[in-house]
Ligand binder design. Structure first.
Ligand SMILES: Cc1cc2nc3c(=O)[nH]c(=O)nc-3n(C[C@H](O)[C@H](O)[C@H](O)COP(=O)(O)O)c2cc1C
Length: 214
């Protein structure tokens, strides 16, 4: 294995707290292109993440070809609605999703618009059962993108479309798909996000003990 010691790219100069606390799902994307230099920074950030045994099973398929993104977008949309069917939702169109359900509203919009995203990165592991070794690299990509002012969302696909996705991009059968990241400059704003308080999600020494800040 060739060992690559990368100096941190000077472009990744956002304070780590600011990046973490404002990174959020950006689903409304501008079609403006993302440079190869910025994509390399994002992938270099992925390469530096923790992973089991330093086996580095993560593999990243960067899709930039407009026609391919358009064709993939059709499959993504089909997958998104398959997942709603699996969840036993009765909706079959975006208009039927309740206004109050902001996450599904926004995710459905992405399902319609992902075909216009400037870049999509599909994330795989080339060893079985190593999902936990590709999610730290994914998080590094999301944070690096945030620092560069590029938005993204961690998304999944659905078994119904996977054979067609593998055929579309000549992906070997032993590469296990784990995530799909559409990337683009945001039409909206980054953060803040709304999350449970750590007082409610943290246990201190024993499960029935709250942390001191609760
Ligand atoms: C494992 C995982 C799968 C996700 N799948 C999807 C998805 O398929 N489509 C989508 O639009 N968002 C997806 N998301 C994004 C979540 O909906 C988002 O992170 C969450 O709602 C918090 O959003 P916020 O950071 O904007 O507050 C996924 C996130 C994770 C961690």
């Amino acid at each position: 294995m060739e060992e690559i010691r990368l100096e941190p790219p000077p472009e990744l100069n956002m304070n780590i707290g600011q990046a973490m606390f404002s990174q959020r799902a950006i689903r409304r994307l501008k079609p403006d292109p993302i440079s190869d230099a910025n994509l390399k920074i994002i992938l270099d950030a992925a390469s530096k993440a923790p992973n089991g045994g330093n086996w580095q099973p993560g593999r990243f398929l960067v899709i930039r070809d407009r026609e391919k993104i358009r064709a993939f977008g059709e499959l993504y949309r089909e997958a998104w609605w398959c997942k709603r069917r699996d969840e036993k939702h009765s909706w079959t169109t975006r208009e039927e999703i309740p206004d109050a359900d902001k996450v599904h509203q926004s995710a459905a919009l992405l399902a319609d618009e992902i075909k216009d995203a400037p870049v999509i990165i599909l994330v795989f592991a080339i060893r079985p059962r190593m999902a936990s070794s590709v999610f730290p690299p994914i998080q590094n990509m999301l944070l690096a993108a945030r620092s560069l002012g590029i938005g993204s969302t961690l998304t999944s696909l659905h078994p119904q479309i996977m054979e067609r996705v593998y055929a579309m991009f000549a992906i070997p059968a032993d590469a296990e798909f784990h995530a799909c990241l559409p990337l683009g400059y945001p039409r909206g704003r980054f953060g803040p996000t709304s999350r449970l308080s750590t007082g409610d999600t943290t246990h201190w020494d024993r499960w029935d003990n709250p942390p001191p800040w609760k």
